[in-house]
Design a protein around this ligand. Sequence first.
Ligand SMILES: *[C@@H]1O[C@H](CO)[C@@H](O)[C@H](O)[C@H]1NC(C)=O
Ligand SMILES: *[C@@H]1O[C@H](CO)[C@@H](O)[C@H](O)[C@H]1NC(C)=O
Ligand SMILES: *[C@@H]1O[C@H](CO)[C@@H](O)[C@H](O)[C@H]1NC(C)=O
Ligand SMILES: *[C@@H]1O[C@H](CO)[C@@H](O)[C@H](O)[C@H]1NC(C)=O
Ligand SMILES: *[C@@H]1O[C@H](CO)[C@@H](O)[C@H](O)[C@H]1NC(C)=O
Length: 520
Amino acid sequence: MRLKHLFLVIFYFVVYCRENESYKILGIFHTPSKSHYIAGGALMKALAEKGHEVTVISPFPQKKPLTNFRDVSVLGIEKLLDELFPNITDMESMGVAEKLNLTLTFGVIMANFTLTHKVMQNFLSTDNVAYDVIVMQIFMNEAFLGIGHHFKAPIVGFSSFGASKWTNDMVGTPTPMSYVPHIQLKYTDRMTFFQRVCNVLAYVGETLYMDWIYMPKQAKVYNEIFPDPKPTLDELLRNVSLVLVNSHFSLQFPRPYVPNMIEVGGLQINQTPKKLPTDLQQILNNASHGVIYFSLGSNVKPKNIPSEKQQEILNAFRKLKQIVLWKWDDPLVPGKPDNVFINSWYPQDDLLAHPNVKLFITHGGLLSITETIYHAVPVIGIPLFADQHLNMAKAESQGFAITILINDLSEATLSTAIAEMLNNDRYAKKIKLMSDRYRDQPLTPLETAVYWTEYVARHKGAPHLRSAGLDLSFFAYHSFDVFAVLFVAIYSVWRLMKFLFRRIVLRLWRKCSTNEKKNQ
Ligand SMILES: *[C@@H]1O[C@H](CO)[C@@H](O)[C@H](O)[C@H]1NC(C)=O
Ligand SMILES: *[C@@H]1O[C@H](CO)[C@@H](O)[C@H](O)[C@H]1NC(C)=O
Ligand SMILES: *[C@@H]1O[C@H](CO)[C@@H](O)[C@H](O)[C@H]1NC(C)=O
Ligand SMILES: *[C@@H]1O[C@H](CO)[C@@H](O)[C@H](O)[C@H]1NC(C)=O
Ligand SMILES: *[C@@H]1O[C@H](CO)[C@@H](O)[C@H](O)[C@H]1NC(C)=O
């Protein structure tokens, strides 16, 4: 009996030690948009809470210091973007190719800005921590991969979006163009022949642009910053240990992944909602007709929406029995009715968790859509830019949303949409169904992300996960070389048989038939 207890104690001790193995983890989040940092920041905080020694380079330092969490603030990127492009809403008038070119051109400038930043340069030359793993946001900053080589640490890529060309290429995730629609196209996974033609053209165009124009620019930045000797950027691109993507199969169309591409969509969501501020809690509790939450995200400022439109919005709200909570930077909008509360910030995720919230009017950002699905609140979308139109198109086709384009936004359209949403329960039913499917996961998305980050540290970069497809040429990957050889071989055999048939069989037959004639 005693021996058994001793074994148990040793067993628990071993498990305890294993679980509490602490790693040194560097997080690099390079983005001008706070909303892109929310998900990655949640992962880094969770890692620190688990006892790992976390260092985070980002433009968004924590307001209060956290234990095990060291902030390295590289500031100024928001201002840089503002200088490069004062009017983000102007992008709406551009075509897809123009938008992509502009985004990626600015991407290179921003990557160069952060890498040449005083703080970053100082960090690279003085920090000598032996990091076990580097979590790096992949967002038009491929040159940053040099930091992994600099610290001799494996890289976990973090994407604020779902699977895209640049993350897929890092780990070799296959993208069958026949049923995986390009993220810039509003197609589903069942495309007509004509749609498939457009889909292939979109992929080919993107590949040519990325390989010939964009990557050489990133390589130039990489070569300027990191001293020789070093691997080429191309080698580093294909040496990323693992990629975390912000999606989940229950929210997207089913598609294939390699084992080191992991879906962690919605990892920023609090599984148990945090307590709301008391006044907000009271407003929500008291709202007997329900609450509508209205937010256009963190990038849209009052100057982006003309004031006539703002008045139309208020007129639509004025007629409602519901309470409206509006996240907006201008609390002094004239003519605000009593059922509308305006605040520059609401704890969106925890607020959506309140049972009285009946409707979410959103810009359709990916994080917002994931949160609203988790909490099963149907949406009216007013998409403005980036991926928002696509997210809303998908939400509409999935049956839990209505989209209003900003140009069509008026008192009438908004009122009609709100009435439809509140009176027809098919939207709420549909989103409840999606919510049930999405919540059914073995680990929460955050636990999943933490697990796989530790996995990469534990297995020293986990090279056993790396797909051999990354080392094959285009022709070998698709077996075109094999098909070519087989075709030549079969063709040759066929020609040979034909030749032999003519030469031997026909001649014999002719001989036989002349013999027969003679015999007759
Ligand atoms: C933004 O766009 C509006 C309308 O196109 C224009 O009037 C304004 O000057 C622009 N602002 C800047 C800073 O370019
Ligand atoms: C891409 O955008 C940049 C910056 O606006 C411009 O200088 C360049 O000519 C564009 N390239 C293409 C191929 O359109
Ligand atoms: C990066 O920025 C520096 C100045 O900050 C500039 O000298 C250099 O040419 C830029 N490199 C690239 C590739 O744009
Ligand atoms: C909510 O209701 C309670 C009790 O009915 C009342 O005391 C409180 O003032 C109300 N709060 C708001 C914000 O309406
Ligand atoms: C690729 O990553 C592994 C760690 O995962 C590292 O040991 C190796 O040196 C890297 N190769 C290159 C070319 O950087």
